[in-house]
Write a protein that binds this ligand. Structure first.
Ligand code: DGL
Length: 268
């Protein structure tokens, strides 16, 4: 039996496309439907109540698209609103990015010293610290908010010297804490990977939760008998505002040839 229902993927904007790419690489036959809440981005500087309200509305929309699983490809939503998203999704299984990323980091660290970078809201929630300590009690965790990284990435400045300057400033406390593993706790940050690696040094392991999340989503579908047996899946894209900007950022950031994005505004 082939389950042709799509996997729903959502983010506050385009960052979650790094997770969509990982899902498509791992499960090319699956249909994927992506929602970028571009009307309300950034989530990272909003209150937990606002993030929960927006995230639940997107989850309801994707549930209405009859998805078979919902991947929350946004660290801020995963950190602040997983409960509300699960309530809105009903019986649809929900996979966030925090726990897969934390599990991967807990397994990777050699000396038990883990750094986490993310948006202000993600870091303030302490969701990564909790998930890391659940995965491996006794870890030393140093978490730092890096609010300027998202606008730098959206400006296409991931190789710009301004990004290098900002990265050196933000990462200094993590270098001083001598972390051996660094979790990229925001879906935009994989774009900065070469720079972050250079600043932290080659001995530090960078953990990007996209791959691990794709792997856990595949395992979930395998276990529930929900895989689609086909060679190529369909990709559908929605956003809540400025579809042209969505298209050009998707192309520039990820080289994704998104041919069409449907505007679906919602008032909350
Ligand atoms: N994609 C969001 C995240 O992973 C970052 C962008 C935002 O602040 O909305 O946290």
């Amino acid at each position: 039996m082939s389950d042709d229902r799509p996997i729903g993927v959502f983010d506050s904007g385009i960052g979650g496309l790094t997770v969509l790419k990982a899902l498509a690489r791992r499960m090319p036959g699956e249909n994927l439907v992506y929602f970028g809440d571009t009307a309300h981005v950034p989530y990272g500087s909003k209150s937990p109540a606002a993030v929960a309200r927006y995230s639940a509305a997107v989850a309801r929309f994707l549930a209405g698209r009859k998805v078979k699983a919902l991947v929350v490809a946004c660290n801020t939503s995963s950190a602040l609103a997983l409960g509300e998203i699960r309530a809105a999704a009903g019986r649809i299984p929900v996979v966030g990015v925090i726990e897969p990323g934390a599990r991967a980091a807990a397994a990777a660290t050699r000396r038990g010293r883990v750094g986490v970078i993310g948006t202000e809201a993600t870091i303030a929630s302490r969701a990564y610290t909790k998930a890391l300590l659940d995965a491996r009690p006794g870890l030393a965790v140093k978490a730092v908010a890096c609010p300027l990284f998202v606008p730098l990435v959206e400006e296409g400045w991931w190789r710009h010297r301004a990004a290098a300057l900002v990265a050196r400033e933000y990462l200094e406390p993590l270098r001083r804490a001598r972390v051996d593993t660094l979790v990229l706790g925001c879906t935009h940050y994989p774009m900065l990977k070469p720079l972050l690696q250079r600043v932290m040094g080659s001995a530090v392991r960078l953990i990007d939760s996209a791959e691990q999340t794709a792997w856990e989503t595949e395992a979930l579908l395998e276990n529930s008998g929900g895989r689609r047996s086909a060679r190529a899946g369909r990709r559908e894209f929605y956003c809540s505002d400025a579809p042209k900007r969505f298209l050009s950022l998707a192309r520039r950031m990820l080289g994704l040839t998104v041919s069409n994005v449907t505007l679906h505004p919602f008032d909350i």
